[in-house]
Design a protein around this ligand. Structure first.
Ligand SMILES: N[C@@H](CCC(=O)N[C@@H](CS)C(=O)NCC(=O)O)C(=O)O
Length: 264
């Protein structure tokens, strides 16, 4: 097994191992691996760093983004399709809902909220270079990690422009996170245990994984930094989001619903 691969469970010899290609730190990758791990699907995770991911994605999935799941029965090139796959292979509770409000809520969470919560990471990557490189690396191959570290300043400029991490965009991202947290907090105000009622669903999984860049859960699929390692203003925001009803809810989902991954 190479250093960029992670075995999640032992398959029977006759089973063809599925492969999940992810950018290790990506919360869309997290959504996919959480769903597959929950379903008990046997898969190997292959870590690919940003920009190298474009090639891996095009080659395996035809689009420009990861995650991509490659199985003996097909290729699934979006985290939503991978959640569907998990639902059909051991986690029926992750099936798509037919209730329009649930469908709309999940779309909002993985769409506008997920895009903005990802931007939050750019509040600290440029200011905490060594933490960023360590956190970002996952189990990507050494050549990618070395190239990424060497190209970090240039890569950061490209990604800053590509993902729009200018101060106004960052403020707007924080506002979207705050609004979504408030909306989720209000929903939980009626005492429900989960976003769609009494049982864990794909909407909960989506919310917890998309919220992860803001609350930095310790049981994320790859190690994230602790708030103490980040600039004080960023750490303060992480702690405030963790204390928010919605942040505390996401942390509870991580504690109670996220299977611990055996890393080999
Ligand atoms: N809708 C896609 C979004 C995935 C996505 O945005 N992946 C990012 C990493 S977080 C990516 O590969 N970005 C590369 C790019 O946009 O060029 C999904 O849910 O799988």
């Amino acid at each position: 097994m190479g250093p960029n691969r992670r075995d999640v469970s032992s398959p029977s010899p006759s089973q063809r191992r599925a492969r999940l290609y992810t950018i290790p730190i990506s919360h869309y990758g997290e959504r996919a691996r959480w769903a597959l791990e929950r379903a008990g699907v046997s898969f190997e995770e292959v870590h690919v760093l940003q920009m190298f991911s474009w090639i891996a994605a095009k080659r395996r999935g035809g689009k420009k983004t990861l995650p991509v799941l490659v199985t003996s029965d097909g290729v699934y090139n979006d985290s939503a399709l991978i959640v569907d796959y998990a639902a059909e292979h051991g986690a029926p509770e992750l099936r798509a809902s037919r209730v329009p409000e649930h469908v709309e809520l999940e779309a909002e969470i993985v769409g506008p909220f997920g895009v903005e919560s990802r931007r939050i990471v750019y509040e600290w990557v440029g200011r905490s270079r060594s933490v960023a490189l360590r956190t970002n690396a996952g189990w990507a191959p050494a050549w990618q990690r070395i190239a990424f570290a060497a190209l970090f300043p240039v890569g950061q400029r490209i990604l800053t422009r590509y993902l729009d991490a200018k101060p106004e965009a960052m403020a707007a991202a924080r506002a979207v996170v705050d609004r979504t947290f408030d909306r989720v907090g209000e929903m939980l105000g009626d005492g429900r245990r989960f976003l769609c009622g009494d049982a864990f669903s794909r909407v909960d999984l989506a919310f917890a994984s998309m919220a992860a860049p803001c609350i930095l859960p310790t049981t994320y699929g790859v190690p994230l930094p602790s708030p103490g390692e980040l600039p004080a203003d960023v750490a303060a925001r992480v702690l405030a989001w963790r204390a928010h009803t919605a942040g505390a809810f996401a942390l509870r989902l991580y504690a109670e619903e996220r299977r611990k991954t055996p890393v080999t």
